[in-house]
Design a protein around this ligand. Structure first.
Ligand SMILES: [Fe+2]
Ligand SMILES: [Fe+2]
Length: 395
């Protein structure tokens, strides 16, 4: 017996196709469906809808219409494929470009556009097993610059100490700008199949946006002008922007640069002359620790799969060192400002103490870099040699 669907007063302009489609979907191709309804335009709309969907349509002598189920809608999905599995354990090694923006695990209709700009599409290049957990942690750790810092605690400092803080903040901002742009550019190239990596890079960029904000705000807190930006410092950061390789960019920025910044931010936390400076550097340091963790995890993953990776990392450090050999490295104003902050006062003994503290900072940065290089499998002597070639600008 032919099944019968009564649409009552429901019109196609109000969604009647949902009920017709649902009734047809349960039938095999060639089967019939009787449709009746009270909407005066039902015949016109039903005929057009059937034609577009490839179903047969005829008026029934006793009123209503007889539909014959076509197979066009079945054929539409004939070439469809699942875009992997939704969980990270089901990642595909090389997701095709035509999956494009589809959700991981979606049923992807054939014939969509191939998105060539997702060129970071190799699991072994972009993925780290830590990425989903780090993303969840990063999302939970977002803080609001307006409330996380007690801006009213900005006690007025002696002019020369304030100038040293402003100089360091000015330097931090330009480094943060580089740290913001690089993950943002890489993220646009990561195939969405590896969405946890995209998400992590997006939150990393948001972290850097906040760092730019709080360091700028601290610099301007007492109404002064920003400090200086040296050509050598900007040259160092520009070489980071020029690195197109995901792994090498992540190595130079996150493992070596942000790794060195962990020691710098700890130094500023320790020697901050006022609570606002201490709070902003402390908040940034927690975020930076995550950025470094992802860089190291990503490269550890890759080093385990690719025995030639360490040679490429080494070459990247050497190339950058050669490109920067004629530049001054760290802004001398920044170096002096760090000494002044650690000294705290203008006596020969205090300046000597500040100078020793900055030398100690350099050693702490070097120690950290050597430890991270060792985690990537470099033997101690090579780790020491490569750490020494790292930019004098710290990032
Ligand atoms: Fe940062
Ligand atoms: Fe960072």
């Amino acid at each position: 017996m032919t099944p019968r669907l009564d649409l009552e007063a429901l019109a196609f302009t109000s969604g009647a196709h949902l009920l017709v489609d649902r009734a047809l979907r349960g039938l095999p191709p060639g089967a019939r469906l009787r449709v009746v309804g009270a909407d005066p335009a039902l015949g016109v709309h039903l005929r057009a809808w059937c034609r577009a969907r490839g179903h047969g349509f005829a008026e029934h002598p006793d009123g209503g219409y007889t539909l014959t189920r076509g197979r066009a809608d079945l054929q539409r999905w004939a070439g469809a494929e699942r875009a992997g599995r939704p969980d990270p354990d089901g990642l595909v090694r090389r997701p095709p470009a035509h999956w494009g923006l589809a959700a991981r695990g979606a049923l992807v209709e054939a014939g969509g556009p191939a998105v060539a700009s997702f060129d970071l599409d190799d699991r072994d290049v972009v993925w780290a097993d830590l990425a989903p957990r780090l993303y969840a942690h990063a999302a939970a750790a977002q803080w609001d610059p307006a409330t996380a810092v007690d801006w009213s605690a900005g006690t007025k400092l002696p002019a020369e100490i304030e100038a040293a803080v402003v100089q360091v903040m000015t330097y931090l901002v330009e480094n943060e700008q580089a740290a913001l742009v690089i993950p943002a550019r890489l993220l646009a190239r990561v195939h969405p199949h590896f969405r946890e990596v995209q998400q992590l890079l997006a939150v990393q960029a948001a972290d850097e946006a906040r760092h730019v904000e709080v360091f700028t705000r601290r610099a301007l807190l007492h109404g002064g002008e920003m400090g200086t930006s040296s050509a050598g410092g900007r040259a160092s950061l520009t070489t980071l922007l020029a690195e197109p390789d995901f792994s090498l960019a992540s190595f130079l920025l996150s493992v070596l640069g942000e790794g060195s910044f962990l020691a710098l931010l700890a130094f500023l936390d320790q020697h901050a002359p006022d609570p606002v400076t201490r709070q902003v550097t402390r908040l940034a340091r927690v975020d930076e620790a995550r950025h470094v963790a992802f860089g190291v995890a990503h490269l550890e993953h890759q080093a385990a799969l690719d025995p030639t990776l360490r040679g490429k990392l080494r070459a990247a450090i050497e190339r950058r060192h050669d490109a920067l050999v004629d530049t001054a490295g760290l802004n001398a104003d920044v170096f002096d400002a760090l000494v002044v902050l650690a000294a705290g006062e203008w006596t020969p003994a205090a300046i000597a103490r500040g100078h020793r503290a900055v030398a100690e900072l350099h050693r702490a940065m070097d120690d950290g870099r050597r430890q991270r290089l060792a985690r990537l499998g470099f033997p101690p002597d090579e780790a020491a040699e490569l750490s020494a070639l790292h930019t004098r600008n710290f990032m």
